[in-house]
Design a protein around this ligand. Structure first.
Ligand code: HEC
Length: 134
């Protein structure tokens, strides 16, 4: 009789394991959707990307902007996606906005002006930002 009970216990334990297995397989399948895909194209070797990134990193931009995380201003990815396909016309406009500062496009919080930046440097920063689109 004891043997039978032991067998029954083992059987129950094996069944329990099987159940857990099928659950975890189901979970793994659901993990497959990747919403946080990086930029569609790897631009990290593009000279415009490298120059602009360096300028952005050595200015105060990163205190308010990150590529994918909102701080004060929009993320660079959001800016890039908003102006995707307008690269030719928008670079000068956005460079001017960085130099003069302003608000109203993304909300009421203003961007501080950056009068110390040359127009060329501001344009290089914009070109880098626009390459972050996905
Ligand atoms: C004090 C915080 C702050 C700093 C520093 C800052 N920004 Fe901004 N930036 C903002 C805010 C806020 C906005 C949104 C302005 C708006 O709604 O019109 C913005 C908007 C932008 C935009 C989009 C403008 C538009 O009209 O869509 C770009 C491009 C940009 N910033 C680049 C930069 C760069 C490059 C630097 C560094 C030279 C920089 N920002 C520094 C706060 C900041």
């Amino acid at each position: 009789m004891k043997k039978l009970i032991t067998l029954a216990c083992i059987f129950a334990a094996v069944m329990a394991c099987n159940n857990d297995d099928s659950k975890s397989i189901g979970k793994d399948n659901n993990v497959a959707d990747e919403k946080t895909a990086p930029a569609a194209v790897d631009n990290s070797q593009n000279p415009d990307y490298q120059k602009g990134l360096q300028l952005v990193a050595t200015s105060d931009c990163l205190t308010c902007h990150k590529v994918d995380e909102r701080i004060q201003g929009p993320t660079y990815r959001e800016v890039a996606n908003k102006y995707a396909g307008m690269t030719d016309t928008i670079v000068g406009h956005l460079a001017g906005k960085i130099i003069k500062g302003g608000s109203g496009v993304w909300g009421e919080v203003p961007m501080t002006p950056h009068p110390q930046l040359s127009e060329d440097d501001a344009k290089a920063m914009v070109k880098y930002i626009l390459l972050l689109k996905n």
